[in-house]
Design a protein around this ligand. Structure first.
Ligand code: APR
Ligand code: PHB
Length: 407
């Protein structure tokens, strides 16, 4: 069994596997777990330590389909015990509150459970199953993606390589694998990349204070967006829209709490110890296609969404669910037919989520370059979403997870 391995062990292990997976985020870990269940061996290479990836605070909303995937593949026990089932969200704006009732509108709900908890559960399960996750092993290059690929990686001072049939690029937005997708004009320069940088960012905190709400609050205020989420009955997760160039120095604790209370219009939100904080830029990006030869991208390596729609982890899990099925078909039959359709199948859902995330972002954020007319339009649309069943259903069915392939 290999967990955090020594350099000695790397030497004896490096060699060959069926699927070489770069990255131990939700995408890479879930892929190796699903492949194991199909009897397909893999190795996960992760540049960071186990401790680092388990502590990295990220988003925390699982669509019903993602929660079902965890449960049905046998890694959902703790999520079922500790995750919080929500049947709706609250929209607050202009002194009003409206609830979007997902359960009534779609028959489905969401589970609030931190991404780092999903990562911990998957690592524990892979190691218990004898899975190979090589931490502190940074992939530096992929060779021969069209034929018999190998991944070059660095572990300590050693440079080594891993031969594989297939490379799964699950190395997030700053990894190396998406650069290997040929650009439409030929050459390997990062594929056809569609992207938008948003002119604002999110300041996020994790704080020891009981949530002042039983469901997520998405607030639109003329000073900007705010979100009240949670991780447990004692821990709240809170976000504020800030300028894109803002740094934490400009945000002493009292300013964060004052601004949260004002924008959320929530007198019951009490300051507590801030255990994590940070500012994250907002970006939309899709790389097309999500595959090239024997290299297949999944999750943030292929696409990025602004966090307003809570889609990042869900898209990552959906990609690898499809990739694992396609690889199982490939190894069972020898046919590449399904693998060849991997990218086009994923992209339908990816673009739906990109649209929804951009739409939610535009609806709920103050545009620094915008005018009072836009502000009024936003308020009118928020009122429409809050009062029209058709408009509320559009928000609800996308939020809980809409799959154009299955629709
Ligand atoms: N070699 C090895 N590992 C790498 C390399 C590399 N060259 N580059 C990046 N990685 C690792 C990162 O350290 C990280 O652990 O790849 C992993 C990618 O994981 P995530 O960023 O969590 O991406 P993914 O698994 O696609 O999950 C998407 O994460 O960022 C959030 O909002 C996003 O919720 C979404 C989710
Ligand atoms: C979170 O809980 O971290 C969270 C929730 C909803 C979002 C984004 C993040 O849209």
């Amino acid at each position: 069994m290999y967990g955090i391995i020594t350099e000695e062990a790397v030497k004896s292990l490096s060699g060959a596997t069926k699927v070489g997976i770069i990255g131990a985020g939700p995408a890479g870990l879930m892929l190796s777990h699903l492949l194991h269940r199909q009897g397909i061996e893999s190795v996960v290479l992760e540049q960071r330590s186990r401790d680092y990836v388990e502590k990295r605070v990220r988003a925390g909303v699982l669509e019903q389909g993602s929660a079902d995937l965890l449960v049905n593949s046998g890694v959902g026990d703790r999520m079922q015990r500790e995750g919080m089932l929500h049947d709706g969200i609250k929209l607050r704006f202009d002194g009003e509150e409206h609830r979007i009732d997902f359960r009534t509108l779609t028959g489905r709900g969401i589970t609030v459970y931190g991404q780092q908890e999903v990562v911990k559960d998957l690592i524990a399960r892979r190691l218990a199953d004898g899975g190979e996750i090589w931490f502190d092993a940074e992939a530096t290059a992929v060779e021969r993606v069209d034929d018999h690929p190998s991944i070059n990686y660095r572990c300590g001072n050693e440079n080594r390589s891993l031969e594989c049939d297939i490379v799964a690029g699950c190395d997030g937005s700053r990894g190396i694998s998406n650069r290997l997708i040929p650009s439409p004009s030929g050459g390997r320069q990062g594929g056809g990349v569609y992207q938008r940088d948003w002119p604002f960012a999110w300041l996020g905190i994790l704080a020891k204070t009981p949530p002042a709400t039983n469901e997520l609050i998405y607030a639109y205020h003329e000073r900007g967006f705010a979100l009240h989420s949670m991780r447990s009955p004692q821990i709240s997760r809170l976000y504020l829209q800030v300028d894109a160039a803002e740094t934490m120095d400009a945000w002493p604790e009292h300013r964060i709490w004052d601004e949260l209370r004002l924008r959320l219009n929530e007198p019951d939100l009490h300051p507590g110890e801030i255990i994590e904080d940070g500012i994250t830029a907002m970006r939309s990006l899709v790389t097309e296609p999500m595959q090239c030869g024997n290299l297949f991208l999944a999750g943030d390596a292929a696409h990025i969404v602004p966090p307003t729609g809570a889609k990042g982890m869900n898209l990552a899990l959906n990609d690898v669910r499809i990739m694992a099925e396609d690889l199982a078909h490939f190894y069972r039959t020898g046919s590449r037919e399904r693998l060849d359709r991997y990218s086009s199948q994923c992209l339908q859902r990816v673009w739906r989520a990109e649209h929804f995330s951009a739409w939610m972002t535009g609806l709920l954020h103050r545009d620094p370059g915008g005018d009072p007319f836009e502000h009024k339009l936003r308020l009118s649309y928020l009122r429409y979403v809050s009062t029209s069943t058709a408009a509320a259903t559009t928000l609800a069915e996308n939020y809980v997870g809409f799959d154009p392939v299955l629709a």
